[in-house]
Design a protein around this ligand. Structure first.
Ligand SMILES: Nc1ncnc2c1ncn2[C@@H]1O[C@H](COP(=O)(O)OP(=O)(O)OP(=O)(O)O)[C@@H](O)[C@H]1O
Length: 310
């Protein structure tokens, strides 16, 4: 019974939200297309959760508009809410309900009480490896299991758009990997996914487009590849036939690491060139037997962007 999309998955225009003296969201414009895997990144306090709460109808904006699948989050609240599933950052449950009860209560808010709805909840439990925990009380579950219940809870009404606010915070590597597989599956099945995370390698591995928020504003919004191209430096790794005794003075400031006969240089985009480095090494009598380059990570780009605008 998923709600048809009558517009972009998410559309936000001129959004502002103030809390006393804090301007948590300052003029955000954002469109997330249907079917995208979108990353929303930013340091603590950037305004990500406030933006998500506005989309979920939990916080009212002071100015601007927000819509899910073309449904305004205020004027058309019910439809917007049906189109959206939010996996919140914090794990808060009534400890006395069982997993199945938690999901049934959530489904009840959407009037989903039929056998098909129940079958879908069982499917969710199985997909999230919770089938044998269905009748366990919430208080008996580990933190990782509770997090999986949060995901199931956000999906009971088969929303077109799924926002996951730090779904893997504090979970072990095994669970993180299985959550990635599950989230990728949701995306492959046509869901729009918006992921906020502090693990930048997670955003780098999963997201197609990424917005970086800082101080309530979107300071960068691009495809992951284009963001990575903004990196100011890249690494050049050179293997020499013999360990280098002394380096040409002009290369010394660029040297980042040296182990036996491997030299690692950090090259600045636009100013340093690989042929020049290799020529300097050759002129110093070194025989280069291998080279490789490595692009900077999203983490470096993120730090550069958020520092610049701080
Ligand atoms: N209910 C509130 N009352 C007062 N200030 C708030 C409230 N909610 C958020 N803020 C403030 O608004 C700013 C943005 O907070 P928000 O939680 O949206 O950031 P965030 O990017 O989600 O951070 P984090 O990564 O830590 O979750 C912060 O300065 C925060 O202290």
């Amino acid at each position: 019974m998923s709600v048809p999309c009558a517009g972009p998955a998410i559309e936000v225009a001129g959004l502002h939200k103030r809390f006393a003296r804090v301007h948590a969201v300052c003029g955000v414009d954002l469109t997330v297309r249907q079917g995208e895997f979108f990353g929303l990144l930013g340091p603590n306090g950037a305004g990500k959760s406030t933006l998500i709460n506005i989309l979920a109808g939990l916080t009212r904006p002071d100015e601007g508009h927000a819509a899910i699948c073309g449904h305004d989050v205020i004027a058309d609240y019910r439809e917007a809410r049906r189109a959206l599933g939010v996996v919140p950052q914090e794990v808060v449950f009534d400890p006395f309900f069982t997993v199945r009860e938690v999901l049934a209560i959530q489904a009840g808010y959407f009037g989903l009480k039929g056998p098909k709805d129940k079958a879908w909840r069982e499917e969710l439990l199985a997909a999230l490896m919770l089938a044998d925990k269905g009748d366990a009380n919430m208080r008996t579950l580990s933190g990782g299991m509770k997090r999986r219940v949060l995901i199931a809870q956000a999906l009971v009404h088969r929303p077109r758009v799924v926002i996951l606010d730090e779904p893997t915070a504090g979970v072990d590597v095994e669970l993180r990997t299985s959550l990635w597989i599950f989230i990728r599956r949701l995306h492959a099945e046509g869901h729009t996914i918006v992921l906020t995370t502090h693990y930048l390698e997670e955003a780098e591995a999963l997201c197609e487009r990424i917005a970086i928020m800082q101080g309530g504003r979107i300071v960068a919004l691009d495809t992951k590849e284009a963001l990575l191209r903004r990196a100011l430096s890249k690494t050049l790794r050179v293997t020499t036939a013999e360990p280098a005794a002394a380096l040409p003075p002009r290369l010394a400031p660029k040297l980042r690491k040296r182990t036996a006969n491997i030299l690692e240089f950090s090259l600045q985009q636009g100013t340093d060139s690989i042929p020049e480095v290799l020529e300097s090494l050759r002129a110093a009598g070194l025989v280069v037997t291998d080279i490789s380059t490595e692009q900077a990570s999203l983490e470096e780009v993120f730090l550069a962007l958020t520092k610049k605008t701080a």
